[in-house]
Design a protein. Structure first.
Length: 278
């Protein structure tokens, strides 16, 4: 066992190494050693040693501009995603459903006050600014975030969102305080799904539901579809809502074959989405 002095020397180095990876992940293009040292508030010599170790382990790689993330980060990300059995069926299930196959459908997991996107099926809808795999968006304002937060107790939601910076304002419709968030989540629990109306990206709307964990100990996932609000009719939104429930049913049980819409099986009216979002 290492003594306390050794532990104290190792932990700061590990923390700074993680900061390097975070900085490069948030950057576009390579970053020089000087830029990295400034970003992590570390001496250039210390940063050089850390970068050398990260490079030897293929976590970062040297490019003409300096350093960028290495291929091993992709391997690690793939290993993490492989733990979610439902993701293996996600793309096939989206392509089989008549409306979902043409839309932007995403899977995310809750991480603190953010959602982290794990999968993205992109149909014909060119929503290029929407979240990609690995992106983080504010859970308080996204449909997938609301669907997942609604699974938590009100006390846990309050604990998570107690910080002043927990409610970033991405648009004028973003959720700005705990009271508004708790009200939205109460509505999600009542109707069984969440909606988003331009709260993160102007004009981009969404519908989302929670997806139960595929394994014991795993966190539930958020399953959502995004669309341009101004060009999507109420009837189409209702169809997307119904197919989203069908998609969830297929991912919960891949052998499940529906002859009727999931909304009918739940005893809901055919206009569940339209009525609840009015």
């Amino acid at each position: 066992m290492k003594d306390a002095s050794t532990s104290r020397s190792v932990v700061p180095a590990l923390s700074k190494a993680i900061s390097i990876l975070d900085f490069l992940a948030e950057s576009r293009g390579g970053k020089s050693l000087t830029e990295i040292a400034e970003a992590i508030s570390s001496a250039k010599s210390t940063t050089s040693n850390l970068c050398r170790e990260l490079e030897e382990n293929r976590l970062i790689t040297r490019v003409s501009e300096g350093y960028e993330l290495g291929r091993r980060t992709v391997e690690l990300g793939g290993a993490y995603l492989s733990n979610y059995d439902q993701l293996r069926d996600f793309y096939a299930a989206c392509s089989e459903l008549p409306h979902m196959r043409h839309e932007l459908v995403k899977v995310a997991v809750l991480d603190g006050t953010d959602v982290l996107y794990l999968a993205r099926h992109e149909g014909r809808a060119p929503l290029r600014l929407s979240a990609s795999i690995g992106d983080r968006f504010p859970a308080a304002s996204t449909a997938v975030g609301n669907a997942l937060l609604a699974e938590l107790s009100t006390d846990e939601v309050e604990r998570r969102f107690s910080a002043d910076d927990a409610f970033p304002a991405w648009t004028g419709l973003s959720t700005r305080n705990l009271e508004d968030l708790q009200g939205k989540l109460a509505l999600v629990r009542e109707r069984g799904f969440a909606v988003e109306d331009g709260a993160v990206l102007p004009g981009v709307h969404g519908i989302a539901v929670s997806l139960p964990a595929g394994r014991v100990g795993q966190a539930p996932l958020g399953l959502g579809v995004s669309f341009v609000g101004a060009t999507t009719a109420a009837e189409t939104r209702q169809e997307l809502h119904d197919e989203l429930l069908e998609l969830r049913a297929r991912l919960v049980n891949p052998l499940h074959i529906l002859s009727n819409r999931v909304t009918a099986e739940r005893g809901e009216s055919p206009d569940a989405y339209r009525a609840s979002s009015a």
